[in-house]
Design a protein around this ligand. Structure first.
Ligand code: CP
Length: 305
């Protein structure tokens, strides 16, 4: 049974195949509108979500399938102490595929060990968010026309940001990728993620201004005050990680700004109307790539029956 727990579960060939399927869905949506008829997706969300859960829901609906699940674990038997593994053993009786978000790193992996239907990790703790990475890759492909020969700046919380961890690993599969890490001291990328991508050229800088002219993609994330032990330190550095139109003055006209969202104040609203701001277009790509993923995982599961 194929699951998607980590972006490295997919070969680069399979990632490209998913992107091609998403592009085909854009061009020929009518081909896909019944491919999941009589099938059900369960969305088991133990943590809050807007984009991921609703885009999975919309994706399955647009494939002709149906959706069930919970967005609030306290409304399910999780509140009585049911384990993730038992929950999955139950829900697989009602659904053909499961998307799960959990606050504990590794929970979707544990679920996949007992599941007889494909499990998709929709975000686990600070670990991984592989369907966000697929969304990001489709966005870069559609915005810039390529996934190689790119300089990508990751800005903000690189320590806890699971979208950053997954995307850096995904980019390590492509040619000539330079990664620039822009983060406060407290929120730098953990060694365990650096050591997973030895082929990537990586460097760390203190401000986005110093690298802005080099970037093809600026990947913004939230810097949360609660991550800092020292409030004064947060106050000192917080503006260095806020994107403004002024800071964009030296950026390439072709550069694209991505953000997994939600944002709080790390991109000022004045940036939204700049053509380089791709983060709301990125949300739409999330539904398309999840359509491609559900379709492919169900095909693979059928072949393996
Ligand atoms: N990008 C993302 O995971 O958003 P949600 O938390 O709203 O799903």
């Amino acid at each position: 049974m194929r699951h998607l727990i980590d972006i490295m579960d997919l070969s680069v060939y399979e990632i490209n195949e998913l992107i091609d399927t998403a592009l085909d869905i854009i061009e020929y949506p009518e081909k896909y509108c019944e491919v999941c008829r009589n099938m059900k997706l369960a969305t088991l969300f133990y943590e809050p979500s807007t984009r991921t859960r609703l885009s999975f829901t919309a994706a399955m609906m647009e494939l002709g399938g149906q959706v069930l699940g919970f967005a609030e674990p306290n409304s399910s038997s999780v509140s009585k102490g049911e384990t993730v593994q038992d929950t999955v053993r139950v829900v697989e009786n009602f659904a053909d595929i499961i998307a799960m978000r959990h606050h504990t790193e590794g929970a979707p992996l544990e679920a996949s060990k007992v599941a007889n239907v494909p499990i998709i990790n929709a975000g686990d703790g600070s670990h991984a968010h592989p369907t966000q990475s697929l969304t990001d890759l489709l966005t870069i492909k559609r915005e810039l026309g390529r996934l190689d020969n790119l300089t990508i700046g990751f800005c903000g919380d690189l320590k806890f940001g699971r979208t950053v961890h997954s995307l850096i690993q995904a980019m390590s599969r492509y040619e000539n990728i330079k990664v620039i890490l822009i983060a406060p001291e407290e929120l730098q990328l953990p060694e365990r993620f650096k050591s997973k991508t030895p082929n990537l050229e990586m460097r760390e800088v203190a401000t986005m201004e110093e690298v802005m002219p080099e970037l093809d993609v600026l990947y913004m994330t939230r810097v949360q005050q609660e991550r800092f032990l020292d409030r004064e330190e947060f106050e000192r550095v917080k503006d260095s990680f806020v994107l403004t139109l002024k800071k964009l003055e030296t950026a390439k006209p072709t550069m694209r700004i991505l953000h997994p969202l939600p944002r709080v104040n790390e991109i000022l609203p004045e940036v939204d109307s700049d053509p380089r701001a791709a983060y709301f277009r990125q949300v739409g790509n999330g539904k398309l790539i999840r359509m491609a993923l559900i379709y492919r995982l169900l095909l693979w599961a059928k072949k393996n029956k």
